[in-house]
Design a protein around this ligand. Structure first.
Ligand code: SAM
Ligand code: F3S
Length: 482
C-alpha cells in the first residue's frame, strides 16, 4: 500500500507554497497526501515563528502526534519552516521523538533526510541556506499540474532538461494550451525570490529564511509560460519582499518592474498579482508600470506597520508616514482605482497614545480596505526584544480592536461603493456558501458569489455587483447578446 504524508502548515502564503513543494518531492517518492495524521507514515509541521503564539502551537501539536509512534514505530515526524530554522537541534532536544528538522531552503532534501534517518537511526537536522538549490531541484509548476508519472518526462532531480531554458535564458513560447483539468484552479502562485535583507528590528524572518535571493528571469518566465499552457490565467508572484527582486538576465539583471513587464507579455496570463512588497522597494519605475500594464491588478498589499515616524524609525523601516503616503499618491496618479491593503503592528515597545493615533490617522488618509494586524510579539534574538515595553497588554488589545474595526468599516464602505458596478471576476469554482452558485474574485481581491454555469470555472466573467456583505459581494452575471 502507498505510504501516506500528512502536512500541517502554519503562517504565510510562502509557507503554503513550500508545503505544496514538500508534498511534490515526496509524491515523487510514491508518498501520497492524506488529511488524517493517524493514517500517515510521514507527518510534517511547516512552522512559522513570526509571532510567539504560532511558535508555541507547534510544540503543542507535536505532543498530540507523539503517541502515534507507539502504534507505528517507523512513523517519521518532521519539523520544517521558520521555527525549525531558528531552533535547529534544540527541537530534537525538547521533543526527542522528532526525526527530521529542515529549513525553508532545504525542503527539497526531504527524501534524503528521511533515508538518512532510517539508515542511521538518529534524528537528522539540516537548516542551512543553500541559496537557489531548492528551485533548481523542484519540479516546475506546469509539470506538477500535468501530474505526469515520474518516468514520462519529469527530469531527474538535478539534471538539465533540454526542453527548458537554463537559468538566465528567456523561455520559448508556452506549449499549446490544453485547458485546465477538473478541479484545477485558474490561478497559481510562483515564488520569484526568497528571504529578506531588511532586518526590521521586530522581525525574525531574515534570520530564519536568510538574505534576499532572486530566481533568474528565464526560470520564472519558463514556469509561468508553462502554467499558462495548462490554462492558468492568473499568477501571484511570491516573495517575502517580492519587489526587492533582482533576477539574472543573460546580459545583466532585471528589477521587479522589468519582471512584471516580461510576465505581462506572456500569452494566456490575463491577471498578475504579487505579494508581499516593501515600501522601500516601491521605486518610481515600479509605480510607473501601473499606468502601462493593464493585467496588473488594481490592488496592492503594501505593509506600513505604523503611522508614527518615531515608531517607524525604531522599527528600522526606512521610510516616514509622509513617504508612504507619497507612494500611495503616485500609485493613484498612475492607477486611480487602486485599492490598498497593509500590515500593522500594534503596541510596538514604547508606542504612545499619540503614536497609535498617528496609525489611525494614516488609515483614514490612505483609505486602506484590508489589513493583517497583530499585537507586537517579542522575538528572541531581534533588537526590539531588548527594548523596554511598559504598555499594558490589555491596552494593546484595545488599540488593535479599534484599528481593526475602523479598517473593516472602510472595507465595507468600499464594497458598498462597488454595488451597481460591473466587475471582471476570475471564476474559481463553486461558492463556499452555496455549492449551486459560483464564486469569483475581483481585481481588488473580493469574493463575489453569483448564479452561473459551472463551465464558467477558470474563465473571466463580467458580473454586476448587487449587494455588499462584510466579507464578500453578491452579483449577477452580465448577459451578453448571442
Ligand atoms: N515584507 C513585509 C514588509 O514589508 O513588512 C513583511 C513580511 S513579514 C514576514 C509579515 C508580517 O508579519 C509583517 O508585515 C508584520 O506586520 C508581521 N510581524 C513580523 N514580526 C512581527 C512581530 N514580532 N510581532 C507582530 N507582528 C510581526
Ligand atoms: Fe520582516 Fe521587515 Fe523583512 S517585516 S520579512 S524584516 S521587511
Amino acid at each position: 500500500m502507498a505510504k501516506k504524508l500528512y502536512i500541517k502548515t502554519f503562517g504565510c502564503q510562502m509557507n503554503e507554497y513550500d508545503s505544496d513543494r514538500m508534498a511534490d518531492v515526496l509524491a515523487a517518492e510514491g508518498i501520497e497526501k492524506t488529511d488524517f495524521p493517524e493514517e500517515a507514515d510521514v507527518i510534517l509541521f511547516n512552522t512559522c515563528s513570526v509571532r510567539e503564539k504560532a511558535q508555541e502551537k507547534v510544540f503543542h501539536d507535536l505532543g498530540r502526534v507523539r503517541h502515534l509512534k507507539l502504534q507505528k514505530p517507523d512513523l517519521v515526524i518532521g519539523v520544517g519552516g521558520c521555527v525549525a530554522s531558528q531552533e535547529g537541534t534544540a527541537i530534537v532536544e525538547r521533543a526527542p521523538f522528532v526525526d527530521i528538522v529542515f529549513g525553508p531552503q532545504t525542503l527539497h532534501r526531504l527524501p534524503q533526510l528521511i533515508r538518512e534517518r532510517r539508515a542511521s537511526g538518529r534524528p537528522q537536522v539540516d537548516t542551512s541556506f543553500p541559496e537557489l538549490e531548492k528551485f533548481d531541484r523542484l519540479t516546475p509548476a506546469y509539470v506538477r499540474m500535468e501530474k505526469l508519472p515520474p518516468a514520462t518526462g519529469r527530469p531527474e532531480p538535478g539534471t538539465a532538461n533540454d526542453a527548458e531554458p537554463r537559468s538566465g535564458e528567456l523561455p520559448s513560447p508556452p506549449p499549446v494550451g490544453r485547458g485546465l483539468g477538473g478541479g484545477q484552479s485558474p490561478s497559481a502562485f510562483v515564488s520569484v525570490m526568497e528571504g529578506c535583507s531588511k532586518y526590521c528590528t521586530f522581525c525574525i524572518v531574515p534570520y530564519t529564511r536568510g538574505e534576499e535571493v532572486s530566481r533568474p528571469v528565464g526560470d520564472v518566465l519558463a514556469e509561468i509560460a508553462g502554467l499558462a499552457g495548462q490554462g492558468v490565467k492568473e499568477v501571484t508572484l511570491l516573495g517575502q519582499n517580492v519587489n526587492a527582486y533582482r533576477g539574472a538576465l543573460p546580459d545583466g539583471e532585471a528589477d521587479f518592474a522589468l519582471l512584471l513587464e516580461c510576465v505581462h507579455e506572456l500569452p494566456g496570463i490575463e491577471r498578475i498579482r504579487y505579494t508581499t512588497s516593501h515600501p522601500r522597494e516601491m521605486a518610481q519605475r515600479l509605480i510607473d508600470v501601473y499606468a502601462r500594464l493593464p493585467k496588473l491588478v488594481s490592488h496592492l498589499h503594501l505593509p506600513v506597520q505604523s503611522g508614527s515616524d518615531r515608531i517607524l524609525a525604531a522599527m528600522k523601516r526606512g521610510y516616514t508616514a509622509l513617504e508612504y503616503k507619497s507612494i500611495v499618491r503616485r500609485l493613484r496618479a498612475a492607477r486611480p482605482d487602486i485599492s490598498m491593503s497593509t500590515d500593522f503592528i500594534v503596541g510596538f515597545p514604547g508606542e504612545s497614545a499619540a503614536d497609535f493615533e498617528a496609525s489611525m490617522k494614516l488609515i483614514e488618509e490612505v483609505g486602506f480596505d484590508a489589513s493583517f494586524s497583530f499585537v507586537y510579539s517579542p522575538r528572541p534574538g531581534t533588537p526590539a526584544a531588548e527594548l523596554a515595553d511598559d504598555t499594558p497588554h490589555e491596552l494593546k488589545i484595545e488599540r488593535l480592536m479599534r484599528l481593526q474595526k475602523r479598517i473593516e468599516e472602510q472595507a465595507l464602505a468600499i464594497s458598498e461603493g462597488m454595488v451597481g458596478s460591473v466587475q471582471r471576476v476570475l471564476v474559481e469554482g463553486p461558492s463556499k456558501k452555496d455549492a449551486g452558485e459560483l464564486a469569483g474574485r475581483t481585481d481588488n481581491n473580493r469574493i463575489v458569489n453569483f448564479a452561473g454555469r459551472p463551465r464558467l470555472t477558470g474563465s473571466f466573467a463580467d458580473v454586476t455587483i448587487t449587494a455588499a456583505m462584510p466579507h464578500s459581494l453578491r452579483g449577477e452575471i452580465v448577459t451578453r447578446e448571442p
